[in-house]
Structure formats: structure tokens, C-alpha cells
Design a protein around this ligand. Sequence first.
Ligand SMILES: Nc1ncnc2c1ncn2[C@@H]1O[C@H](COP(=O)(O)OP(=O)(O)OP(=O)(O)O)[C@@H](O)[C@H]1O
Length: 802
Amino acid sequence: MVNAMEWQQEQKRLDLVIEGLHSKIAELEPEVAGLHDQLADIRKRFWEEVTVNTSTDEDFEETFYSIKQQEALLSERERSHRQRMQRWKSMKRLLPSPYFGRMDFQEDGLSFDEQIYIGVASFVDADGMSFLVYDWRTPIASMYYDCSPGVSGYEAPSGQITGTMMMKRQYQIRDGQLHNVFDTSLTIGDELLQQVLGKGADSQMKSIVATIQKEQNAIIRNDKSRMLIVQGAAGSGKTSAALQRVAYLLYKHRDRLKADQIVLFSPNPMFNSYVSTVLPELGEENMQQTTFQEYLSYWLASTFRLEDPFEQIEYVLTTTSSQGYEARLKGIQYKASEAFLHAIQSYALWLGTEGMLFRGVRFRDRELITAEQVKLQFYSYDSSIRLANRVVLLREWLLRELTSLERQEQEAHWVQDELDYLDNEQYADAYSMLIKKYRQEEAVFDFTKQYLEAYGDFRDKEQGEENVFDFNMQEEELLRRMVVKENFKPLRRDAKRFKFIDVIGLYDQLFSDATVYRKMTNETAIPELWPEICRQTKEKLSRLELFYEDATPFLYLQELVEGARTNTEVRHLFIDEGQDYSPFQYLFLKRLFPRARMTVLGDFGQAIFTQATNLHEADSPLIRLYGEDETSLIRLVRSYRSTREIVEFTRLILPGEEIVPFERSGRKPCLLRAGNNQERAKRIIEDLVALKAEGFDSIAVITKTEAESREAYDALMTQGCDALKLITKDTLTFEKVTTVIPAYLAKGVEFDAVLIYDASSQTYYRESERKLFYTACTRAMHRLLLYTTGDWTPFIQTDFLG
Ligand SMILES: Nc1ncnc2c1ncn2[C@@H]1O[C@H](COP(=O)(O)OP(=O)(O)OP(=O)(O)O)[C@@H](O)[C@H]1O
């Protein structure tokens, strides 16, 4: 705490800044409101200002330039409106708490020091000469997070600046009033952090700009490497750092980076809602948020019933003794690997010489073009042309074939039948369609001449006898063409979409017996239980279903054959819970976003999926993705979420995991054994009531699986529990209530209190369940309670029993 005089000086300065903010806001307000009206007015009068005259070429040109000029004026006004609006908004945001930090810095070579106040936006004094508040993202502010008083420096755009930091101070300001002032030394105020972390969990994640730690700042400001990997213990602030990093990038590159050029891949849709308020709180627009499953569904859900990762994990957790279980697990591992991706690449090369599978073109129960014809045509192309390019040539050929078949088809009986049954209205529709088409496509319309004649006739008739059609030969020919064209449309559309390639067949063919597989792919390390893996995959495909582990390889093969889809707009890709993605998926994402830098945040200690990727080992596929030179790896070991007691408990679950508690004390985790299920439910309800009475309102009963969640929910409701929410994979919003949730859906989020519904040896026993148990327990911020009706899981250290 500072002394009374310093406090007074600080309050005085704060008052001055607030006064300055008020007067700037008042000054901008009418301007902002006026600009808004002006813009609305310009838009409204846009056409009044433009003289539209297209009688001659000159008039047309003049009209064109007049419109362009108006457009330019409008966009200039809009730009300046946006800028003023942004300044106005940032000042409004500063008003209740203009800054949270200060450092006094004397630059080498200067004889005075500068007081640098840091807040969520910059604010300059009335003359515009000096900064009253520096945005936390400015280069100079980085010192606040990185250095302690003494020799310090920062990287300015002009180069390295060095000097001495005389002091560093933190503030808590609410509604314009100073509540606390701390002088800090090494880290950013343990006191303040204690206070922030001691608070209850929220339904939305909060910004951490006032208390960013040095190692987190390194993540936020890393702008050098193509790939940034963050391996961080549970609760170490990976997601928080990622979100502040987005805000930092948007600030640093504000002239060329837009929020929609940044994509965040989240573990589930509920997580999207959990993190969605951080950036707006910092005055930035949200980046695009999605899940990998959403991407897969976009491309595959119209063809297949797609398994999602949660169904996959449910299978892995619950059907351990089912037939084919081991093979499925081996299959998941293999299909997640780089080896499988390379096998598919080799397979695509092999398909360039043989083995391609095509579908013929069928029309009204007739085969117009056989699959064999398509295949012959395909292999007639020069084999040095890439597979996907040959497929494009094939498509052009097919479209040409369809054009000539269309012509032949006009004489077919079915065409006459259709014409006979056209009613007057359809005739009229047909004509007006022709007219419209003619107007739109005058230049490309195939039979302009005939059309013009027909149109002339039609117009004459329209003006003369109403609705009487003289169905002469010329018109009939036109209508025939139109009818056939209409019927051929789906064929053309299918051809354009490469439907003539049997991709399902190609993927199915890949799962042939080991000798054939080796021949097609050059693969030497075929996984164990390959025949069973093949059988399972083929069986699924035959039902038009796709395992989660097959979805990305299927899309990859499809792209090798049909041409890659890439998104070149996206510049930054953020992947949270990065350990849950397979090496295969990473290679796929790299290809999908060729111009993006990647930030991957994860914790191998929470790798609960079979296809997990180790993020930080020297031989990690992630490090290979862009190569060591283009990759930075940052480790976070301090956990900010949980109390020391909870961290000490969870650390024993995963002995190898590096995790250091932040010094915040609480109660030891409680282990509670009940005689039976009913007793357990009663005990949980009592505990829920007590926890709520203590002031905790974000509480989760965490289970291993969805089935256990339902069981727990029913048991608790039957015993009279009220206001309980069952979370499933379809839940979209994260609410601050008492929830029952499977561990794999609780990833990434946190609760004041966590109750592990069944911590018995029956539920968590196999080694593969250790990380799931760890993930569940590490969701707790203040309280952790574990229940069983039998023996405790072996993952709990016996020291805690008793
Ligand atoms: N520097 C910080 N200042 C204040 N709070 C922090 C800081 N770093 C992290 N926290 C808090 O710690 C908690 C955990 O942070 P976060 O969810 O970002 O961690 P994580 O590493 O993504 O966790 P997990 O992998 O277990 O999901 C959050 O409540 C966050 O606000």
C-alpha cells in the first residue's frame, strides 16, 4: 500500500484523467451522433446526387463516374465515422477504470523519467501531445509485464530502448474511485492476483490484461514464429493468453489484420460461448470461432452420418469388452498418424496409373455414359499430368459429352410426352424464362436468332389475342431444347461437383488386404489387426456412416483427387486443447490454411482422446509441421485456477506433469464414501446446499460418461435436488448454475466447486482413464469433493484417504 500523500496524489491524477475523458467524450458525442445522421442522409440521398442518364455513351460514362464519386465520399465518411466511433467507445470503456498499472521509466540518455500509466486503451491529453494512458498493447507497455524495477528496456519499432524503471505500481479503480494501490516488484502484484483469483467463477471468461504474467506475455506478443506451441499445465492461462494474443495482434496489425482473418478452433460449441466476451471487453471484435467437427460436417454431413469426437470417446470409454474394440483403437491410432497420411499420398500416386473408380452417367434409367468410358477417357490423358488436373480435364470432357447427348436427346419420346402435358401456365413460364434468360445472357445465348423470332412472336401475341399460343414448329424446337436442358441440369451439376468420381469406393478400396494395401501405398508398417480394421471401416462405409477418425483422411483423399480446398484469407489460426487433434489433422489444417500462422495451446496431461498429439516432445509431429526454425515452444507450469491444496492433489494423479500452484490457499479436497447410490445422492445434495450457502454458484457434478451423467442427474433429481442442468454435447451456452457434465465436455472451462460423482476404482482404473480423471479434478477453482460407493480409484494417493 502507498502512503496517504501518494494516495491523494494518485486520486488527484485519476480525477484529472476522468475529467479529461468526460470532456473528450462530450466533445465527440454530437460529432458521433451527427456523423451517424449525416451518413444516413448521404445514403438516403445517394441517388438524388447522381444524375442517371444513359442515353449516349458520354452520358453513360458521366453517370458511372458520378456514382463512383458518391461511393468514394460515402466510404470516406464511413471510415472517419468508424474511427471516431472507436475513439469514443474506447474512452467510454476507460471511464470506470482508466488504468490498472503505472511504471516510472527513465530512458538512457534522458535526464527525466516519464510516468507511464497503462490501461485497456490509449488516451492522450487535450493538446494531443502526451499520453495520459497507454494501451496495454503498445511496445512500451510490454516492460510493465516483462521487467521489474531496475535496468529494463523494450523493443520499439525503431529498435531496442533501454533505461531504468524506477517503480511499478498497480491500481484497482472502480467507478472512477481508487480502491487499492500496490507497489509491486518482481511479478505483477501477487496481492492483486490473489484477489482476482479468489473470486468466483463466471459463466464467461474474463480478460486478464491487468495481471498478465511474464511467461504469458511472451505468448501474447510472440510475433516471430510461424508456429507457436504452448504446452501448459491445467489452469495455467493458455486460453486466457490466447485471447489476449488475438487482441494484441489486432492492435499491432490494425491496418492490415481484420478479426475475421483469425480463426479459433474450440473443443466444443459451449466453449465458444464461454470465451466470446473477452475480446469485446477489450474493445475488439471477436475472431471467427468454430470446431473441427463443424468443418467436417460442412463437407461431409450431406453424404454420411458422421460420428463426432464425443461419440468416439464414449465408445472408447464404455465398450471396452465389446468385439473388435482393440482393432478399433488400433485403427484410431493409425488413422491419426502421419504414416497414414503418407500412405494416402502414395495411394493417390498409384491411382494415377490404375485403380481409379468412376460412376457412369445415368439418365431416366439409361446409362448415357458408362463408368468404363469415363475411366478409359481418364487414363487416356498424359500420366505426367497431376491427378487432380486430369480430373478437371475429365470434367470438361464430360460436360462436352453432355452437351452433345443433350442435342441427341431432343428427339426422344419422353420429350414429346412432356411437351404434351405442359399447360398454358407452363408455356407462359417457359417463354418468360426464355425472355429473362435472353436478357441476361444475350451474349452467350446459344440460339439467339431463333429466340429473337420467337420473342417477337410472343410479344405480338401478348399485345394481340391474350394467352393464345400458336404452337408452331420453331417454338416447339425451342421448347424441346429447354425441356431437355432442364432435365440435364442435375447431370451437369453433378459433373461440376465431381460426382463422377466414386470417392467412397476409393476410400473403401484403400482398406484392402495387407498385400494389396502395401502395393497401393508402399506402406511397410501396417498396423496390427489390419483385417479387422478394414472390416469395420468397410462396414461403416457401406451404411454411409463415417467414424470420426476416418473423416479427415476421407476429406484428404477427396482433395487429392478433386483438388485442394484452401483458405488464403485466414492469417492466424488458434487451436485450443491442441493435444486433442491428431498429427493427421494438423497436416490437414496446415494445407487448408496455407497463409496462416498457427498458435497451438494444449496440455498433454489432459490428452484424453486416443488420437492425441504430444505437443512438446522433441519428436513431436507439431514441431515437424513447420520445422524447428519456424517453431517456438513455450511452457507454462504455474496454475492460476485452483487453490494450492487442489493443485497438490491433482499433481499426484499425474506424477510426470509439471504443475506449480499459485500461492492461494483453500480447503483440502474431500473424499466421501457412501454406502450406496441413494446415500451418495443425498450426500451430494447436502453438499450442494452447503456450497451454495458459502457463496459458490458455479458448481459442477462431473462424470466420466454421458450415461453416468444421466444416471447422476436422475439420482439427484429423484432425491429432491432442484435447479440442476444436464450438459450434453449439444448444449450451446455455458451458464453459472449447478450442472451435471461429462469430463470430456468440461475441458477448458472451470467451476467454483467440482464434485466428482464416482471416483471409484470401477470407474477410473485403466491407465487411459488417468488423464480423464485428472482433467475432471483440475476444473475446480476453490473446492473439490470426490465420492464413491466402493473402493477409491488407484489414481488417488492414499495420503489423502482418511
Ligand atoms: N495472469 C492471470 N491473471 C489473472 N487470472 C489468470 C491469469 N492467468 C490465468 N488466470 C485465470 O486462471 C484460470 C485458468 O485460465 P485458463 O482457462 O486460461 O487456463 P488453461 O491453461 O486454458 O486451462 P485448461 O487447460 O485447464 O483448460 C482462469 O480463471 C483465468 O482467468
